[in-house]
Design a protein around this ligand. Structure first.
Ligand SMILES: Cc1ncc(COP(=O)(O)O)c(C=O)c1O
Length: 506
């Protein structure tokens, strides 16, 4: 096989919305005759009765199957090919996770089921909490938050509640300028002010002197420092333990953004480095699906002194009347920050993550970390002669390149390079982030990619960089293999058209 692979347009169908298919009276169900007494629906619902039929699509089963199958072919996915979207940890989602999540006892458990009937589900949650706590060196975990960002918010709420309990209300959070945008956003949503920690040193990591200065400038008002480790430049925050000590000495706490745990699990524990509270992203590190905007899961781990503030309900073990023990849901916690998600969180994701953890075991997790770091360094090593690395040192699980010289020399923008990757059959890497790197291309290969895939990807990137010099227009026009070339992404995000209406389609 050639060292290059290309996407091809393939056979793709235009697909109208499902409302534009079918015909009045057609349907995909065959229901048996009513075998219970008929109910006078209008009489029961009174004024709530519909005046008109709901206007649902009227289609047969083959039309439904084809419609959704065709739509599914429009998407790039981790099951299609390499998806090196930096900071997102797009790794393979093992199918054994899906098997476990579909076991009827888990999949059919009703959120309002009496606790005595869902002991297995509650036990799985208790076990998952214990494993996650062990992995990150913390005392306990709340599984409730539904995303990394919501985990951040929850952790900061706990920090705020802790300070309030001591009769203090510091409002500042020190956040490095390499941080993911959700960090300052979580501060703002929580009524806290993010104070940027600028990287005065050239090393790309938080410097102790900068933290000391910020603590002095905002003396008495620093609730916490919020640090991602490894940071978004792919670098290990080597001063973290000293930073934590400094902040603790001034009465502040240390929040750890654990989204990049894929570079540490099994090798280093955030809790041992001084972190007080952190979130995991189960949909990244622990192979649960990202799922097109949900459902995610962002459990929060914490040291025991923060336990009173964790969200409720908490799964607890109690002694039964006959000497037996059983799992229960505890809502009686006076200092809790309250509920942050309906029911107990995204339970299906918990089953998947637990399955992955049991499948891998401690040694497997270590190997995953080692391979993720090796793969990122391999890509950095084989590409750095054509694409400069932002901070040229051994990286952790992602490699950050800068194409600013290419732009100067050829006029080809970072976005053009990214779009051209699609024509070579790859999902583009993250671009323009981290913000502190001009022309950033952030590549996160993860441990689930083979050397062969990485070599294909590197060959494609090399070929595109050649094209940028010899025929820049071909790169600026990309992608040419997709149904639609370039979207107005800002407009699509700001003014999405999400509803079909008969008037609009005319
Ligand atoms: C470093 C970092 N922090 C926080 C988040 C937010 O996580 P989520 O997308 O699950 O809300 C991400 C997401 O990729 C991230 O990369």
């Amino acid at each position: 096989m050639s060292t290059l692979q290309h996407a091809s347009p393939g056979l793709q169908f235009e697909e109208p919305s499902i409302f534009e298919r079918g015909a009045p009276g057609r349907n995909a169900a065959s229901l048996s005759d009513l075998d219970v007494p008929a109910v006078d629906v209008a009489g029961k619902l009174g004024s709530l009765t519909r005046k008109r039929a709901a206007g649902l699509p009227e289609v047969a089963e083959p039309e439904v199957v084809r419609h959704f199958t065709r739509l599914s072919t429009w998407n790039f996915s981790i099951d299609t090919n390499f998806y090196p979207l930096g900071s997102c940890t797009m790794k393979h989602n093992p199918r054994v996770n899906e098997w476990a999540a579909r076991l009827p006892g888990f999949a059919s458990a009703h959120p309002y089921a009496p606790v005595r009937t869902i002991q297995g589900a509650l036990e799985l949650m208790a076990r998952l909490r214990a494993i996650l706590a062990e992995i990150c060196g913390m005392d306990d975990v709340s599984l409730q938050p539904a995303a990394g960002a919501q985990g951040e918010l929850t952790g900061l709420m706990m920090i705020r509640a802790y300070h309030a309990k001591q009769g203090r209300s510091p409002r500042k959070v020190l956040v490095p300028d390499t941080a993911h945008g959700t960090n300052p956003a979580s501060c703002a949503v929580n009524g806290l002010t993010a104070v940027p920690l600028l990287r005065s040193g050239s090393g790309g990591v938080v410097e102790i002197g900068d933290v000391a200065k910020a603590l002095e400038a905002h003396a008495g008002d620093v609730a916490a420092v919020m640090i991602t480790n490894p940071n978004t430049l792919g670098l290990f925050e080597r001063n973290l333990a000293d930073v934590a000590k400094l902040v603790h000495d001034k009465g502040g706490l240390v929040y750890g953004d654990g989204a990049n745990l894929n570079a540490l699990m099994g090798r280093a524990r955030p809790g041992d480095l001084g972190i007080d509270v952190m979130q995991f992203n189960l949909h990244k590190t622990f192979t649960t699906p990202h799922g097109g905007g949900g459902p995610g899961s962002g459990p929060v781990a914490f040291k025991s002194f923060l336990s009173p503030y964790q969200p409720t309900p908490v799964v607890v073990k109690r002694a039964g009347a006959h000497g037996e023990s059983f799992y229960d849901l505890d809502d009686e916690r006076p200092d809790t920050v309250g509920r942050v998600r309906s029911f107990v969180g995204n339970f299906g994701m918990m089953v998947r993550a637990y399955t992955y953890l049991r499948e891998m075991g401690p040694e497997g997790l270590k190997s995953a970390t080692d391979l993720a770091v090796l793969n990122a360094n391999y890509l950095a090593a084989i590409l750095k002669d054509v694409l400069p690395i932002a901070y040229d040192e051994t990286c952790m699980h992602e490699a950050i390149f800068s194409d600013k010289d290419i732009k100067k020399a050829t006029g080809v923008q970072t976005l053009d390079l990214a779009k051209r990757m699609i024509d070579y059959g790859f999902h583009p890497p993250t671009v323009y982030f981290p913000l502190v790197v001009p022309g950033a291309l952030m590549i996160e290969p993860t441990e689930t990619e083979s050397k062969q895939t990485l070599d294909w990807f590197a060959s494609a990137l090399r070929a595109i960089l050649e094209e940028a010099k010899s025929d820049p227009e071909s790169v600026k026009r990309a992608p040419v293999t997709t149904r639609i070339a370039r979207l107005d992404e800002a407009r699509a995000a700001r003014k999405p058209v999400l509803r079909w209406s008969p008037e609009r389609s005319e």
